[in-house]
Design a protein around this ligand. Structure first.
Ligand code: PRP
Length: 189
């Protein structure tokens, strides 16, 4: 099968195999840490963490008995820069009181989204609250957001694929990629 790179993709940063290995490493670390606290509740952050949550859940040993829920937040809208304001679009469907909660995020960049979620969920009295992030972009942090599990350190560039989008495009790509600069050319500073 031939694969065609979509228009606007400059380079692949992490291919499907590298992503899969990172997910397996994360799952191993989580399985060890939660061995005595089974029934961890994975909280996937939509839309970006859609595929990561699904793959991480399947990489965990069944003995961990993970549960899965989702919430949706946004701060980037259609732009490549955060608006600085995180909005909750969809809340979880179950209570987290007394549960071991693991926030599953695709990427942490300025940190506002993860920090917002840690505050929001922390106030709901979980038994524990940790975070697992596939991609860490440590270069432009605006707030301190504690990351317990990090998959890959990302170059300081706008990344798409494997759930991450630009103007809702590219989420379906099986790899993580850098965009060509012309894609952002129409954005107003
Ligand atoms: C992206 C990404 C993270 C967040 C990280 O979400 O999925 O949730 O931004 O950025 P930050 O650390 O700078 O806050 P986005 O708001 O683009 O929504 P989406 O997941 O629906 O694409």
């Amino acid at each position: 099968m031939t694969s065609v790179t979509p228009e606007g993709i400059e380079a692949i940063l992490f291919d499907a195999d590298e992503i899969s290995k990172a997910v397996a490493r994360l799952a191993g670390a989580i399985a060890r840490d939660y061995a005595t606290d089974p029934s961890v509740l994975l909280v996937g952050v939509l839309k970006g963490a859609l595929f990561f949550t699904a793959d991480l859940a399947r990489a965990l040993p069944p003995s961990l008995d993970p549960r899965i829920d989702f919430l949706a937040v946004t701060s980037y809208g259609n732009a490549s820069r955060s608006s600085g304001e995180v909005r909750l679009l969809k809340d979880m469907s179950e209570s987290i009181e007394g549960k071991h909660v693991l926030i599953v995020e695709d990427i942490v960049d300025n940190g506002l989204t993860l920090s917002y979620l840690q505050d929001l969920l922390g106030r709901r009295h979980p038994a524990s609250l940790r975070s697992c992030v596939l991609l860490d972009k440590p270069y432009r942090r605006r707030v301190d957001a504690k990351v317990d599990y990090t998959g890959l350190v990302c170059p300081d560039t706008f990344v798409v694929g494997y759930g991450l989008d630009y103007q809702e495009k590219y989420r379906n790509l099986p790899y993580l990629a850098k965009l060509e600069p012309w894609v952002f050319a129409g954005e107003v500073e």
